[in-house]
Design a protein around this ligand. Structure first.
Ligand code: F6R
Length: 241
């Protein structure tokens, strides 16, 4: 609904797209609405959150390919960019990516998942809260989590290019989606724990417009769950997500 509302007001909106399992139901719903003729992505521009280093751009697990397959190609979204993880000069590729986001006018709506270790994008624990798009090394935990998309854990690249924490915070609205029990601890730490680089998602506490969408299992660790439910139930009708 938030994407539909945005496109209604701004047909040339800039979307920030996450890969992984969490946003898939969102992409499926948007594809359904597009098929029914309710949504057009013709003028939309999109930026991926992150990309593996060292995979050819047409590799099926390169995030640019994944986003095309799971979302963009289904809705006629042509303008999809990702950091160039196959570039010879990765530092320059990161700077170019930041410049491209800026030239597009910044990201209107950034979709996010959260890692079991509290990462957003591929900003692993310890990431500077002021970071911009740059090279990161994945933790063993993240590589193990992502092994399901590859033949084995050894095939998961060690390095990635990711929007930095500060890049993500620049988006005008961020929506983090988390489902399942494995996300209960990182969700609680991000929302109710201290602001710390050890849980990069906790940086969203600084954002002026951050929405967190969770199922019951992912909400399992939240101390103020009853209060959030009451707040949501009593939301004024003029107040969108
Ligand atoms: C993906 C990304 C990651 C994932 C996170 C959760 O582009 O940046 O932060 O959102 O690893 O992954 P899933 O949703 O597969 O549990």
């Amino acid at each position: 609904d938030a994407v539909a509302e945005l496109l209604g007001r701004r047909p040339d909106a800039v979307l920030g797209l996450a890969t992984g399992s969490s946003p898939i139901p969102v992409y499926d719903e948007l594809a359904r609405r597009h098929a029914r003729g309710e949504l057009s992505f013709t003028g939309v521009r999109a930026f991926c959150l992150d990309e593996y280093v060292g995979l050819p751009q047409d590799h099926p697990e390169a995030y640019r390919s994944v986003i095309r397959r799971v979302f963009a190609d289904r809705v006629g979204l042509l303008d999809v960019r990702a950091p160039d993880g196959a570039a010879e000069d990765l530092v320059a590729a990161c700077a170019e990516y930041e410049a491209a986001i800026e030239a597009a006018g910044g990201i209107d709506l950034q979709l996010l998942g959260i890692g079991s270790d509290g990462h957003v994008g591929f900003n692993e624990p310890g990431s500077s809260l002021g970071s911009r798009t740059r090279l990161k090394t994945l933790t063993a935990k993240t590589r193990a989590d992502n092994a399901r998309f590859f033949d084995s854990v050894d095939a998961v690249p060690r390095h990635v290019l990711t929007q930095g924490v500060a890049t993500i915070l620049d988006a005008r609205h961020v929506i983090l989606v988390a489902t399942g029990e494995a996300k209960a601890a990182p969700v609680a730490a991000a929302i109710e724990g201290p602001l710390t680089a050890m849980v990069p998602a906790s940086a969203l506490q600084l954002h002026r417009h951050a929405s967190v969408v969770v199922d019951e299992a992912a909400a399992g660790g939240l101390r103020l769950a009853a209060y959030y439910r009451e707040t949501y139930a009593g939301k004024p009708s003029w107040q969108h997500l």
